[in-house]
Structure formats: C-alpha cells, structure tokens
Design a protein around this ligand. Structure first.
Ligand code: FAD
Length: 405
C-alpha cells in the first residue's frame, strides 16, 4: 500500500524495507540463526540472495546496506513478468480467492478489522509483551525449587528465592539499568498492554515484592522459611526444557537484561533463549487459528506469511513467506502439504506457532530451544541436532520435488 498509504514506521516506497536494525543476525550454520539461513538458502530465498549482494562488514552477523537492499528486492520483483504490483490498501479478503496475507506487525486498521471477523473476534494481538525465556539446563537447581503458590508439591513452576539484601540489590540494579525508548507511535496506550517490570519497580522499592515477586504461599525447602521475594519461572513448553520469567516483560536493553537478571539466585549462569521486549506488533493467536500449511483454519484459500503469523524477526518472517508460497502452490495443485519436520529450523518455527498446547502465545525468534532436542548425552546434543537437521531438511526438499513430478 506504500507510498500512497504509509505505516507509522516505514519511510520509503520500497518492498522489504527494514524498519529498524539493518542486521539479519549471525550466519554461522552451527547457530540457530545460521541454520535458518542455511535452509532458506536451500529454498532459493530472494531475501538471502539480495542480502548477500548488498552486505556490509558486520563481524559474524549478516548486515546489509538497507537502502540498496530494499531497492534491489523491489527491482527484482518488479522485473518478474508474472507479478503485478498494485499499491493499494487492502481492506477486505475474499475467502474464495487464493490469498497470502503478509501485512506485518503494522497491518492497517481496516484489514485488522477484517482479520478479526475471519478469526472470530479475539484471536489477534497488538502488542508483544515478552518476558525472557531461559534454557532449563542453565538454571542452578541447588538454588531454585519447584512448587506453585500454596502447592509445594506442584511441578508447574520453578522458583528463585531472594533474601532481603538480594531483593534490594536487584531492585537498585533494575532502576539504574538502561531502557529502550518506545517509538512515538507506540507510546499511546502502550502500558495498557502489560506493565514492564522496571515501571513497577519505579513505583516504590517494595512494589515488586508485593506484585509479581510476592513470596506469599512459598516456603523455601532449603531454609524452611518464606523468602523475602521470589521470581517464578513457568514451563515454556511441554518438554520443560525452557522456562519464562513470570511477569518479567521489560523494556530494558538486552545487555542490561542479561546483567540484571543474572543477579537472581539460580540464574547466575542463565542462558537466555529469548530476551524480553514490549513493542507494537499485530499478530495472530496462531496456535488457535493457523494450520501447519499456514492457512487460516476454515479458510484453505487464505494463507498467512511474515511476522503476522507470530514469528519474530526479518529472517523468520521471510522464511514463513517461502513456506506460504510453497503451501499455496501445493494447495492449488490439490496435493497435500507436509511442513518441514520440527527437527529443522523452519519446521520448528511452524511447529511452535501452531502448537495448540501453548496457552499464552508469544512471538518467537528461531532458537535451539524450540527445536526437538535429540535424546543423547548433553555433550553430543548439538552435533546430533545439526546432523539430523541436515538430513531431515534435505529429505523434506526431496519429498517436495517428487510430489511436484
Ligand atoms: C518498529 C519496528 C522495529 C523492528 N525492528 C526489527 C529489527 O531490528 N530486527 C528484526 O529482525 N525485526 C524487526 N522488526 C520486525 C520486522 O519489521 C519484521 O520481522 C519484518 O519486517 C516482518 O516482515 P513482514 O513482511 O511480515 O512485514 P513488513 O515488512 O512490515 O511488510 C508488511 C507490508 O504490508 C503493508 N501493509 C500493511 N497493511 C496493509 C494493507 N491493509 N494493505 C496493503 N498493504 C498493507 C505494509 O505497508 C508493509 O509494507 C521491527 C518491527 C517494527 C514494527
């Protein structure tokens, strides 16, 4: 719809405009971000091809000249004879016409309204309020203990107890930490979404101890007493290999989060699979409304792609575009579509966004925590995971080519 109708963040008429950072993160294939890029490369990703042509030096990260990148992508797409670009705001989707919706985190209001109707009203969200997610293996179990409020036998939560001194040192560090300032268009009604932990702390040094960190109902089995404050960690998935910090949505910078949250007893060596953030983001409650071919449940002609599916980040969004494209082709040929297996990076993302056991859905970047962990000793895990990914992704590509024949 740009440039005739702009979003609050975009500034140019180009396709694939990068609205914030010019980095696509690391491309080492032994990391989760690198693995995702490797798979996108195997699927001939245009985004990756142009990123490679327009890259700028950025150490181990893949970063691009943002202006050149968006211009090149626009030029390539404009040159394709089967594509017509119509620069208009779309207000309504006709479920009879095969359509891929990729209108992103700043989808315009009229289309939001239409999507709400298609998804029965309340399956669309407008803000991410993400609390940090921690790799379970990096939590010090000599300090943390299981138990819910008033239910010490429950294994649903892990709790990190704090003494009075630890609590006040933590609050002081929180109050001194650097914050990311919201974009102008995010300021309005921003805090209605979910109060950031540092905002609660600013209301009084004890406010967290009476709020999300209240210790009531807990006895630390190691001391037999009630801690002064507590940080609760909730299982992020059924496997229990990742935990989120309950009520810890935050706008602290990533480096401050790592520094301050590692002051919590039990989290000194925490490996953060995802750090916290709060920002404007339109996304679907995909576990409730999306099939794993990225079609809307009940509307096989309508597929979703990009960040609106509940993935987060430039590359993750582009990867969902490739899959929506393949899935649409398969649908139009009346064939059945199998998404890549959850042992692969793209498959793990699809599995995550369509996992109906997730009760409180929050967008996610690619990370090893959402990929099925191989059942082998810890020191072999990454090696086996990478080998298995390689094999499974190649097999999936082969299955696509054979169904095409
Ligand atoms: C302020 C902000 C900062 C971000 N910073 C980063 C970052 O640093 N790193 C990162 O990895 N990700 C970042 N993201 C997320 C990133 O923007 C997305 O991951 C990525 O751009 C999503 O791609 P997309 O194609 O889904 O959506 P977009 O790139 O937003 O593309 C969607 C397009 O749809 C158009 N559109 C919207 N509504 C309609 C309509 N009704 N009719 C027609 N067209 C419409 C929009 O104009 C836009 O061009 C940021 C997002 C925002 C909002």
């Amino acid at each position: 719809m740009r440039p005739s109708f702009m979003t609050p963040a975009h500034k140019t008429p180009y396709l694939a405009e990068l609205v914030c950072s010019n980095s696509f993160k690391g491309d080492d294939p032994s990391t989760a971000h690198g693995l995702l890029k490797k798979e996108m490369g195997q699927l001939n990703s245009l985004v990756l091809k142009i990123a490679d042509q327009t890259k700028v030096p950025a150490g181990k990260a893949l970063a691009v000249d943002r202006d050149l990148f968006a211009r090149q992508i626009t030029k390539e797409i404009e040159s394709l004879p089967l594509i017509s670009i119509i620069r208009e705001e779309v207000h309504e989707i006709d479920p009879n016409i095969p359509t891929i919706i990729a209108t992103g985190p700043l989808t315009s209001d009229s289309l939001v309204q239409n999507l709400q109707n298609l998804t029965n009203g309340n399956n669309l969200f407008f803000y991410d309020a993400i609390a940090p997610i921690i790799d379970a293996e990096s939590i010090d179990m000599d300090k943390a203990f299981f138990g819910s409020r008033w239910a010490p036998e429950s294994a649903d939560y892990l709790n990190c107890p704090m003494t009075k001194q630890e609590y006040y040192a933590f609050v002081d560090a929180l109050l001194a930490a650097d914050e990311v300032s919201p974009h102008e268009f995010e300021a309005k009604n921003f805090f209605e979404a979910c109060l950031p932990i540092e905002v609660i702390a600013k209301r009084g040094r004890d406010s967290l101890a009476f709020g999300p960190m209240r210790p009531i109902g807990f006895i630390d089995p190691k001391t037999g007493t009630r801690p002064f404050a507590i940080v609760q960690l909730r299982k992020e998935n059924l496997k229990g290999d990742a935990y989120n910090m309950v009520g810890f949505q935050t706008r602290l910078t990533y480096s401050s989060q790592e520094k301050v949250f590692r002051m919590i007893p039990g989290l000194e060596s925490a490996n953060f699979l995802h750090l916290g953030s709060i920002h404007r983001n339109t996304f679907l409650d995909s576990p409730r409304v999306l099939n794993n071919d990225l079609s809307l449940i009940g509307y096989p002609n309508i597929k979703l792609a990009g960040q609106i599916t509940g993935v987060e980040g430039y590359m993750e969004s582009a990867a969902m575009g490739i899959i929506a494209g393949i899935a649409m082709l398969v649908h139009l040929k009346n064939l059945s579509f199998d998404s890549p297996p959850p042992t692969t990076a793209i498959g793990a993302l699809i599995n995550y966004i369509t996992d109906s056991t997730l009760k409180k859905f929050q967008p996610m970047n690619i990370n090893f925590g959402i990929m099925e962990s191989p059942d082998v000793p810890k020191h072999l895990r990454k090696k086996v995971l990478l080998e298995r990914e390689n094999l499974d992704f190649s097999k999936w590509i082969d299955s696509l080519s054979s169904s095409d024949e």
